[in-house]
Design a protein around this ligand. Structure first.
Ligand SMILES: Cc1cc2nc3c(=O)[nH]c(=O)nc-3n(C[C@H](O)[C@H](O)[C@H](O)COP(=O)(O)OP(=O)(O)OC[C@H]3O[C@@H](n4cnc5c(N)ncnc54)[C@H](O)[C@@H]3O)c2cc1C
Ligand code: FES
Length: 263
C-alpha cells in the first residue's frame, strides 16, 4: 500500500451540486494512488478545528492527477471548504483506507447501493466496473431525501439505475431496500455506502438473496491513520494483535465484508 502523505493540493473547480452539496475538484499527485472507496482527510485552515475531515473520493483521474469529492455542508469544517475558490491551496492527507474489492465483481451480477452522502464514492466504483466490463451485469440503486437526486444523471451512464426517495418525488417512495424489492433486484455481490441503518438493511437483504455484501462505513473519525482508536467498530473475528473484536474503520476499512461485522 502506498505511504500516506500530508500534501498541499490545489482547488481547480468548485460548484454547488444540490442544496448544501458541493462538488470540488483538487489537483494532487495523490490521485495516482486512488481507488474507488478510499478517502482523503482535508485540513480546515481554521486552526481551532485541528483534525482533518474524512471525505470519500468520488472520482479520480490518475493521468490528470485530479480528485473529485462531493460533500455535504455539515459543520464548521465543510462550511469552510465550501468557500474555497479556484487556486486555493489546501492541505490533504491521503490516500486513506481500503477501497471496494472490485475483483469480487468479475463474472457476477453486481448491485451498487448508495444512500444520501454515501452516494458519491459509488460513482467512481460504477465507472471502474463499467470500464473493466468484467461484471456480468451492474444495477445501481441510489436513495435520496427528495427530488434533489445529485449525481443520478452520471450514474445512469454506467448501468441500470433505480432511485428511491423518502418523499416519493422520484422513483420508489421509501428507502433503497424498498426500491430493490419493488424492482425484484437480485445480485451475487453488493457494494454499498450510506448511513448505518441503511447498511444494516443492506446486510440483511444480502443474506436474504444469498449475496456477498461489501459495505463502507462513514462513521465519525479523528486521526484517520489508526492512532487514536476513535473509529473502532465491532467485528465477529478477534483481532490477532489486540485480541478484541474491534477494527479501526480508518485503516482496516472503511470498506468491510458485511459478514465480518457486528452492526
Ligand atoms: C470514511 C468517511 C468518508 C466520508 N465521505 C464523505 C463524503 O464523501 N461526503 C460527505 O459529505 N461527507 C463524508 N463523510 C462525513 C464527513 O467526514 C463529515 O460530514 C465531516 O467530517 C463533518 O465535518 P464538519 O467540520 O463540517 O462538521 P462537524 O462540526 O465536525 O460536525 C457537524 C455534524 O456532522 C456530523 N459528523 C461529523 N463527522 C462525521 C462523520 N465522520 N460521519 C458522519 N457525520 C459526521 C456531526 O455529528 C455533526 O452532526 C465521510 C466520513 C468518513 C468517516
Ligand atoms: S480515526 Fe484514529 S484510529 Fe481511526
Amino acid at each position: 500500500m502506498p505511504k500516506k502523505k500530508k500534501i498541499a493540493a490545489e482547488v481547480i473547480s468548485q460548484k454547488v451540486l444540490a442544496e448544501g452539496i458541493m462538488d470540488l475538484k483538487l489537483k494532487t499527485v495523490l490521485a495516482e494512488d486512488a481507488n474507488p472507496g478510499q478517502f482523503i482527510g482535508i485540513y480546515p485552515k481554521n486552526k481551532s478545528t485541528l483534525l482533518p475531515r474524512p471525505i470519500s473520493i468520488c472520482e479520480f483521474d490518475k493521468s490528470e492527477q485530479t480528485l473529485r469529492i462531493v460533500y455535504r455542508i455539515a459543520g464548521s469544517g465543510t462550511a469552510e471548504f465550501a468557500l474555497y475558490d479556484d487556486n486555493t491551496m489546501v492541505d490533504i492527507l491521503g490516500i486513506l483506507g481500503n477501497g471496494f474489492p472490485t475483483d469480487k465483481a468479475d463474472a457476477k451480477d453486481v448491485l451498487i447501493i448508495g444512500g444520501g452522502i454515501g452516494v458519491p464514492p459509488l460513482l467512481g466504483l460504477s465507472k471502474e466496473l463499467f470500464d473493466k466490463k468484467a461484471a456480468k451485469s451492474v444495477k445501481m440503486v441510489m436513495g435520496y431525501r427528495n427530488a434533489d437526486t445529485f449525481l443520478a444523471d452520471e450514474f445512469s451512464k454506467y448501468g441500470d439505475l433505480y432511485i428511491a426517495t423518502e418523499d416519493g418525488s422520484v422513483g420508489t417512495k421509501g428507502n433503497v431496500i424498498d426500491a430493490c424489492r419493488e424492482n425484484g433486484i437480485k445480485a451475487d455481490v453488493i457494494y454499498a455506502c450510506g448511513p448505518m441503518p441503511m447498511l444494516r438493511g443492506v446486510a440483511s437483504y444480502a443474506k436474504e438473496i444469498s449475496a456477498k455484501a461489501y459495505i463502507s462505513l462513514e462513521e465519525r473519525m479523528a486521526c484517520g491513520v489508526g492512532a487514536c482508536l476513535g473509529c473502532v467498530c465491532k467485528t465477529k473475528n478477534i483481532d490477532e494483535h489486540s485480541h478484541v473484536n474491534n477494527a479501526r474503520i480508518c485503516t482496516d476499512g472503511p470498506v468491510f465484508d458485511a459478514d465480518d461485522l457486528e452492526i
